[in-house]
Design a protein around this ligand. Structure first.
Ligand SMILES: *Cc1c(COP(=O)(O)O)cnc(C)c1O
Length: 367
């Protein structure tokens, strides 16, 4: 069986280094808000090129905290609108509604699955205060036009960088393209922890300070609370794991790029639509390799029968979820098509040559 993602094998790549670090934390007796987290934050901020990085409990919290901090700073208020792609993972949307802000869904571009700038222009109103830009599947979405549009309408650009750590646009890494970015280090992400973990990066010092306080009970100083905050911190244990793995992320993303290239040149089947490889290959880190087929469910069953595990990112569009009943009657045809047709093939830094060939051959034989 070719697993969709073999986390055991992925983490084994760095086993000795990680185990040594874990032992150090265990023996230190210091498990939260310590030196290890600070070191990882410093490395993450220099990796992304941002002035600040703040470790938090998970990716959803990273996004929630950014928006909450904008509210505390008086830049946003309940009822303001935030544009977000209609085909994103639900967490992007939850972060908005959880803060009393209004998520406004914008259709993606079918060619790259990322938010369509035409849709942004159509949906922006006087109440719009930000764009939650999701680099979906690991592909960067950014342009000068988008930047100008945000400036014209005075919109904050918040990157949901859960899937695209290490991707670049114009020589700058994701996490440093907008005003603030949320990262997820969920185990299956390109940079994965051994449990939940996340981070915020930004060049905005006021925002960074506010988020740091909000994530620690609204406090900058022990027992003095300036905000009604929450508890969302990165453990020292997760920080050391991430700090080891961060050193290898570029190498591992490059392996993903090589596999994606092999799939794109090797898979030749008229009933399969392949993802677009961007002209600048640095724009994609291939968190998932997503193909499309009108016979998606049949194809998934066929691949499984041939020992290839696949996943669907994502089977139900957010506007059809029970959690957002008020949207259930709305129509987003591009998203609906995507949700009906997409299928994610296995891709990871530990795939073997043989596995890559089996997947290509198998897809080429599907009728
Ligand atoms: C994984 C993910 C999140 C949420 O991250 P968690 O760490 O699981 O909370 C948010 N947005 C996107 C696009 C994701 O893929």
């Amino acid at each position: 069986m070719i697993k969709f993602l073999d986390l055991q094998k992925i983490n084994k790549l760095h086993q000795d280094e990680i185990e040594a670090q874990l032992l150090e934390v265990f023996r230190s007796g210091w498990y939260l808000l310590g030196e290890k987290t600070k070191i990882f934050e410093t490395h993450l901020s220099s990796y992304t090129g941002t002035a600040h990085a703040i470790g938090v409990a998970n990716g959803l919290d990273a996004l929630r905290l950014i928006l909450r901090a904008y509210i505390e700073l008086g830049i946003m208020k309940a009822g303001d609108e935030i544009l977000v792609p209609s085909n994103t993972y639900i967490a992007s949307i939850l972060a908005i509604s959880d803060n009393g802000l209004i998520p406004v869904l914008v259709e993606p571009d079918l060619n790259n699955y990322n938010i369509d700038i035409k849709g942004i222009k159509e949906k922006v109103t006087a109440k719009t205060k930000g764009i939650l830009l999701v680099h979906l599947y690991g592909r960067t979405v950014f342009s000068q036009e988008l930047k100008n549009l945000a400036e014209t309408h005075n919109l904050k650009i918040i990157e949901d960088n859960a899937q695209a750590i290490g991707a670049e646009w114009n020589g700058k890494r994701t996490g440093n393209l907008g005003d603030a970015a949320g990262f997820s280090f969920y185990p299956g992400k390109n940079l994965g922890a051994l449990g939940d973990a996340g981070a915020v990066t930004t060049n905005d010092e006021d925002l960074a300070k506010t988020i740091r306080a909000l994530a620690n009970y609204g406090s900058n100083q022990k027992y003095v609370n300036i905000y009604q905050g929450l508890n969302s911190r990165l453990d020292e244990i997760q920080a050391v794991v991430l700090d080891v793995k961060l050193k290898y992320i570029d190498k591992e993303n490059n392996i993903r790029r090589q596999i994606a290239k092999r799939f794109i040149s090797g898979i030749k089947n008229p009933s399969v639509v392949l993802p677009e490889n961007p002209q600048d290959e640095k724009e994609h880190v291939w968190h998932v390799f997503v193909i499309r087929s009108e016979k998606r469910d049949e194809l998934q069953t066929y691949l499984l029968e041939n020992g290839i595990q696949t996943l669907i990112h994502y089977p139900i569009p957010p506007h059809h979820q029970e959690a957002y009943k008020e949207w259930n009657n709305l129509s987003f045809p591009v998203s609906e098509k995507i949700h009906k047709e997409v299928l994610s093939l296995p891709i990871s830094p530990v795939m073997t040559e043989e596995e890559i060939n089996i997947i290509i051959d198998c897809l080429n034989q599907f009728q």
